[in-house]
Design a protein around this ligand. Structure first.
Ligand code: ZN
Length: 250
């Protein structure tokens, strides 16, 4: 099993022009609970080929800027999380970085217009070499439907598919977003799991070929491989060590 190292940055507060909001303890807990289901989902759907080892870091400052993504929409790009990225996720530290951010105040309906609940980009120098994905706060019911943790898996898969495509493994069109085109459907009980399972085992049929991430791809290692699992760059109360066992743009 390849170990994929992931860091979740939690922004409890946002303070940008026109929108200021702080998540409640329950809102943060719901996001963390969802994220905590993602490693097991990744392990299961990959047939045990990948284990996600993660840590959580709480940003000490509010998110103070956002990056335009067209049509008046905004998102927390690596430019906006730069202070935490450079301190907690320097190059070589993590395979994947995630950020949970306050995008909507459910009490008032005030929100930042953005491109999606989850957004992801591939691993480049912009994100210090890690895949990078952001997920906005949501109501408890949204986190739970249809499969807890699926949003993180989905965004992570965009980045991961790009990594393996770069190693010569062909992905189905639009990788994590390609379920419908490949003939799969989202179900009320399993979400897109059937598609992700085939995507994560290289069994998505496109024409006469089977595409995705086969075991042989996982076995080429994570982004940081062959770097061994070393000490975390996090320290003190900021780190909540957890271990368990998902970029593009959504
Ligand atoms: Zn997507």
């Amino acid at each position: 099993m390849v170990i994929w190292r992931a860091l979740l940055l939690v922004y409890r507060s946002i303070d940008v022009t026109g929108f200021r909001h702080t998540l409640g303890e329950d809102d943060v807990a719901a996001g963390l609970d969802s994220f905590g289901r993602f490693p097991a989902l990744a392990a299961e759907l990959s047939g045990g080929e990948v284990g996600v080892a993660f840590e959580v870091a709480h940003a000490a400052r509010p998110l103070r800027s956002l990056t335009p993504m067209g049509d008046g929409m905004l998102w927390p790009s690596p430019d906006d999380t730069r202070a935490e990225l450079d301190r907690l996720a320097p190059p070589g530290a993590w395979d994947s970085v995630f950020a949970l951010w306050p995008q909507r105040d459910p009490a008032t309906g005030a929100h930042v217009p953005t491109g999606g609940w989850g957004l992801a980009i591939r691993a480049t120098e912009w994100s210090n070499g890690a895949t990078y994905a952001t997920v906005a706060n949501a109501d408890a019911g949204v986190w739970a439907r249809p499969v807890m943790g699926e949003v993180w898996l989905h965004e992570w898969l965009h980045g991961v598919c790009d990594v393996f495509a770069g190693r010569g493994f062909e992905m189905p069109p639009r990788d994590a977003d390609g379920g419908g085109e490949a003939g799969y459907a989202q179900t009320p009980s399993e979400g897109w799991s059937a598609y992700y399972r085939d995507l994560m085992s290289g069994r998505v049929q496109v024409g006469d070929r089977l595409l995705g991430i086969p075991p042989a791809a996982w076995r080429t290692g994570s982004i940081l491989t062959p770097a061994p699992l070393g000490p975390s760059p996090l320290a003190g109360e900021e780190a909540e060590g957890r271990r368990g066992g998902r970029s593009g743009q959504c």
